[in-house]
Write a protein that binds this ligand. Structure first.
Ligand code: SF4
Length: 728
């Protein structure tokens, strides 16, 4: 049977890489003789998402013809997901930015002229000098996602601004990090979540769309766990792909997750399912917790969550029976309802009661990594004004994008007049895109560093085209699965057209601005070699294998000799948080009811496709072929009442009357009646994204407001309601 590219991609999403280890680790010794002279196998690591799987590129006559998983790398284990394999589609995308561009028309009208790099740098330097003189260097802000953000962050520091901000914090996992840090003294992930699903007896997921959010080794662990007989409990208003594998699906009323978590905590305590010995040794605040949650009974919870009382009880008993070799997954995307840190605290406490932290099948302990730090050779100037990205949120641990945006609009506590944006399509990432446009109007300079002409890029004054991950070096990466290791990113292809890597852009901008003394290296490769030497890593070997393990780093489980360290004030797991109490915040989470959709409207939920990463992969022709548009999931009962047929054209209208693009409806039994669901990232407004322009419904466009988490300052974005309008 002939295999079309479409079928190939579908099959390839989870097939083992073909490379077999020999001297050259990726080519069979027997195959070497037959190999064409101009074929090379070069290891590196992927950036089609942030998971950083090791890859091996097959390069024929200078052209990348195949990407496969590096079998030596623990985050890929010989496999890449469909996006990872489709990296070639990004590398050779005809719509890619080719050369620096300077705006000639109005912002957003798409008129640009080509410029040399020097011209573009001079333009930026002149504007920045003016802004610095008039408003101070702190009036420049950075929005960053991905590796390149670190280099641009260095540029910002050299310039004298502390205003870095990260959508990965405010619009994604910030609240989780704050919640787990308050409880355990650290988060549950070091890039990859340390969830030991492969060895779990019971896995509980709260809205974690395993298999839809495709994080390679994490999904491999999930599938291994299920194959090993783990029971799966899925709490989700939608019958997700993961729910399809579950022994128990709890279709919870949206917005009531914390009610269920608190009721489970109460049941664990009342029915004595907790790990007494573990808590006595490692935790504080049990009595206060017991008192605080006693009102959250199963009867109360059943009314609140719209779940059968018996299911609520049976699910948590199942976790209790098999503790401590169970896990309530900490989740990743956290920006839901504005009480997200407290929801995270609830999940962290539940795991503590069941004794999962540092236990097989629970949350493994971070590997031990004793690598010497490079000496800091440059001292950046101390900014005169504090970062405004943390707002008034006492536990904010990274710059909040929406705070920078607010300051740009309001000019307080001081004005922001320039934005550098790298690797993030803010028009799709931040809620209330109208506010982003309002902020942009106040800017004297907007620079985007990116590969593709996204909606955000097309708002820029200056566009600086960057290399893809397949064309550049990036600082050596420390990989932390149960074992730790060092991975290399190195070019597998020559940079296309007139593009540059972010490290070089940052360096050249420093040079142009007279900030040369802050540049640490001639080339990044040179710095990586120094780093490897310091770490006693054989750089030549690393270039050949892509990954080198760090010896003696494997210590995932608690033993007499391997004790966990909790960097909280009490040096224990804090079930009751003194730190929150001191800030007059609830030391034990409390449930507050969220607004429900008015009659005729539905809560807008959003999620992921396994073949896309936000909006950034939508124009990739291989991935576009697999998923070119999203659909609006609508309950079959509601569809019947509204007279809407499966596949019919519809649009969404939100509470403010904003109307979405026209899309198709998916009528299904797999979703509750009070919500609708779309995959995030569709609906590009950039005409230069020729494949994906105007395709599908943009969930961000429907977000006319968000709920701010008072602890972490992150954005709750599942608080918008929409109605469905039939389109002819
Ligand atoms: S999960 Fe997929 S896209 Fe993400 S790094 Fe791994 S292979 Fe690349």
């Amino acid at each position: 049977m002939a295999i079309s590219r479409r079928n190939f991609l579908k099959c390839a999403a989870f097939t083992a890489g073909g490379a077999v280890l020999a001297d050259n680790p990726f080519v069979k010794a027997t195959a070497k003789a037959a190999m064409k002279k101009d074929v090379k196998y070069i290891p590196s690591y992927c950036e089609m998402c942030f998971w950083r799987c090791g890859l091996v590129a097959k390069v024929e006559g200078g052209k990348v013809v195949k990407l496969e998983g590096n079998p030596l790398h623990p985050q890929s284990r010989g496999r890449l997901c469909a996006r990872g394999q489709a990296g070639i589609g990004l590398l050779y995308d005809k719509d890619r930015l080719q050369t620096p561009l300077i705006r000639t028309g109005e912002r957003g009208d798409g008129k640009y002229r080509k410029a040399s790099w020097d011209e573009a740098y001079s333009y930026i330097a002149e504007k920045l000098t003016g802004i610095k003189k008039k408003y101070g260097p702190e009036s420049v802000a950075l929005f960053a996602h991905g590796n390149g953000g670190a280099y641009m962050g260095n540029f910002l520091e050299a310039f004298g601004s502390p205003n870095h901000s990260h959508p990965s914090y405010a619009q994604c996992l910030g609240a989780r990090e704050v919640a787990f840090t308050l409880t355990y003294g650290q988060g549950p992930a070091s890039t990859a979540e340390r969830v030991d699903m492969a060895n779990s007896r019971v896995i509980a997921l709260f809205g974690s769309h395993m298999g839809e959010n495709m994080h390679n080794s994490h999904n491999q662990d999930f599938v291994d766990g299920l194959a090993n007989g783990a029971k799966l409990i899925v709490v989700d208003p939608r019958y997700s792909t993961a729910a399809g594998k579950a022994s128990m699906w709890l279709p919870i009323k949206p917005g009531t997750d914390l009610a269920l978590i608190l009721a489970w905590i109460n049941i664990v305590i009342q029915e004595k399912w907790y790990d007494r010995e573990y808590l006595e040794k490692y935790a504080t605040g049990f009595d206060e917790l017991k008192e605080a949650v006693k009102g959250y009974t199963p009867e109360w919870d059943a009314k609140e969550t719209d779940l059968p009382k018996q299911d609520i009880i049976e699910a948590i008993r199942e976790l209790g029976r098999y503790k401590p070799n169970v896990v309530v997954h900490p989740g990743r995307h956290y920006s839901w309802y504005g009480d997200d840190t407290q929801r995270g605290r609830g999940l962290a406490i539940l795991n503590a009661l069941l004794g999962t932290w540092g236990r097989k099948g629970g949350l493994w302990l971070p590997p031990k990594v004793n690598l010497t730090k490079m000496k800091e050779t440059v001292k950046y100037p101390k900014p005169k004004r504090e970062s405004l990205g943390f707002g008034d949120y006492p536990f904010a641990s990274a710059g909040i994008t929406t705070e920078v945006r607010r300051a740009t609009i309001e000019g307080t506590p001081y004005p922001i007049k320039a934005w550098f944006v790298i690797g993030t399509n803010l028009m799709k990432t931040m809620p209330v895109p109208g506010k982003t446009l309002e902020a942009i109007k106040n800017l004297d300079l907007l620079v985007n560093i990116d590969l593709m002409p996204t909606d955000m890029v097309m708002m820029s004054d200056v566009i600086l085209p960057s290399t893809s991950y397949l064309e550049r070096h990036d600082s050596l990466a420390i990989v932390t699965q149960k074992n730790a290791g060092v991975a290399i990113r190195q070019p597998v292809a020559n940079p296309w057209k007139n593009v540059k890597p972010a490290w070089l852009i940052a360096k050249e901008l420093c040079n142009k601005m007279g900030l040369k003394k802050y540049v640490e290296y001639k080339t990044l490769d040179e710095q990586m070699r120094q780093q490897a030497k310091l770490w006693k890593i054989d750089y030549k070997k690393l270039e050949t294998t892509g990954y080198i393990p760090i010896p003696d780093s494997y210590h995932p489980y608690i033993t007499e000799k391997n004790q966990p360290v909790f960097a909280t004030d009490s040096k224990k797991i804090e079930l009751y948080s003194e730190a929150l109490d001191e800030e007059d915040m609830d030391p034990v989470p409390k449930y507050t009811r969220h607004k429900v959709p008015p009659a005729g409207m539905f809560r807008l939920l959003y999620g992921r496709s396994p073949v896309h990463t936000f909006s950034r992969s939508m124009n990739n022709k291989w991935l576009y072929e697999l998923k070119s548009e999203n659909e609006v999931w609508l309950s079959a009962n509601v569809a019947r009442r509204l007279g809407i047929e499966n596949g019919e054209k519809v649009s969404l209208v939100n509470e403010k009357g904003l109307k979405s693009n026209v899309g198709r409806v998916k009528v299904t039994e797999r979703i509750r009646e009070d919500c609708v669901y779309v995959i995030h990232g569709f609906g590009s407004t950039s005409k230069r994204m020729t494949l994906t322009y105007g395709r599908g419904i943009d969930d961000a466009q429907m977000m006319s407001h968000y709920a701010t988490d008072p602890i972490s300052g992150t954005n709750g974005m599942r608080v918008n309601f929409v109605k469905i309008v039939k389109e002819s």
